[in-house]
Design a protein around this ligand. Structure first.
Ligand code: MN
Length: 283
C-alpha cells in the first residue's frame, strides 16, 4: 500500500495516478497522549491503521495525483540518519574532484560513521527545495529511504527487515564545503521524502531496485541498490547499536555517482523502481 499525507493533513492511499482520501481511518489510531511514545504516531500504529484503511478505501473520495499537495509521508520523524560513502562509484567521483568534495571521503562507512540530518529539514515532493546559501554549491543526492516501523536497539542484521515499515524516495540535499555534514545537510527543505511510503510487504527485495534522477530532463544519477557497499540490514543493525531507532525514523541509505549542482528554477525528477516517481522544484 502507498500511504501519503496530502492537502490539509489528509491521509491518502495512492494507486494509478489517483489518491484516495482515507483520513477516516485515522480514527483507528489511539489518541496521542503527552508526552507519548517517541517516534511518529501513525507509523508506530501502522498495524492498526492498515486494516482500517482497507475498510474505508471502497468508499474513499478519489483525487488526481496531479492536483494534490503531497507532504512528507512521515510527518514527525525523530531523526534522519545518513549513510555516507555507500556506493563505490560516488566515492571515486569525489576522490577525483577534491576541490568540490571537501567532505571526508577517505575510509569506509565504519571509519566515517553515520551522520544525522535535522528532522526540521524534511519536506514532501510538492514543496520546493529552497537554496539557502546561494554562493555555495548545493548538490542533489538521490537515495533509497528506509522508514523504521518498530523500536529497534542492538538488533541483528538477520532480524533487521522486520523493523522496516516501508520505503520512499529520498533526496539528501547537500551544501558542499568543509563544515560538518549535519550542518550542510540540515538546512530547511534539504531532506525530501516522497512521493509516498510504500509498505515493506510490497518490496520484498529492496536491494534490487533501479533508481535514477534527472535535472531539467538530463540524466544525472542512475544505479541499482544492489551496489550499496553496506546493505540495508547491516545499516539498521549498525545504527541501532548506537541509536535507538523509533517508528518513523528515516535512514537515507547513501547516494550513487552523478551528484551535481542544482540552482533556483531547476526541476528534479527522481524515480525508484517499485516505489514510483516524484518531481521536485528548486527555488
Ligand atoms: Mn547522502
Amino acid at each position: 500500500m502507498n500511504i501519503c499525507w496530502f492537502n490539509d493533513n489528509r491521509l491518502g492511499v495512492a494507486s494509478n495516478d489517483v489518491i484516495h482520501d482515507v483520513t477516516e481511518a485515522l480514527q483507528a489510531l489511539p489518541p496521542p497522549a503527552y508526552p507519548g511514545a517517541a517516534g511518529d504516531h501513525l507509523v508506530r500504529h501502522l498495524d492498526r491503521l492498515l486494516p482500517a484503511i482497507a475498510n474505508v478505501l471502497p468508499n474513499a473520495t478519489p483525487y488526481s495525483i496531479a492536483e494534490v499537495q503531497l507532504a512528507s509521508p512521515v510527518a514527525n520523524p525523530g531523526k534522519i540518519i545518513g549513510v555516507p560513502v555507500n556506493y563505490l562509484a560516488h566515492v571515486e567521483e569525489a576522490a577525483a574532484d577534491v576541490a568540490t568534495f571537501t567532505d571526508r571521503y577517505t575510509g569506509g562507512i565504519r571509519e566515517q560513521g553515520l551522520f544525522l540530518k535535522a528532522a526540521s529539514s524534511l519536506i514532501g515532493c510538492r514543496t520546493p527545495v529552497t537554496i539557502r546559501m546561494p554562493d555555495r554549491l548545493t548538490h542533489h543526492e538521490l537515495e533509497l529511504a528506509v522508514i523504521i516501523g518498530k523500536t529497534a536497539s542492538n538488533v541483528l542484521a538477520a532480524d533487521a527487515f522486520s523493523y522496516i515499515a516501508g520505503y520512499a524516495i529520498g533526496l539528501d540535499m547537500t551544501i558542499r564545503g568543509p563544515e560538518d555534514r549535519s550542518f550542510r545537510k540540515s538546512l530547511d527543505t534539504y531532506s525530501v521524502l516522497g512521493p509516498w511510503l510504500v509498505t515493506a510487504d510490497k518490496i520484498p527485495d529492496p536491494q534490487r531496485l533501479e533508481m535514477r534522477l534527472l535535472v531539467n530532463g538530463e540524466l544525472r544519477q542512475s544505479t541499482n541498490t544492489s551496489k550499496m557497499i553496506m546493505p540495508i540490514a547491516e545499516q539498521i543493525a549498525w545504527a541501532s547499536s548506537f541509536y535507538t531507532l523509533y517508528p518513523g525514523d528515516i535512514i537515507m541509505t547513501g547516494t550513487c555517482e552523478g551528484v551535481g549542482p542544482v540552482n533556483p528554477g531547476d526541476t528534479l525528477y527522481a524515480e525508484i523502481e517499485q516505489i514510483g516517481a516524484m518531481t521536485v522544484q528548486v527555488a
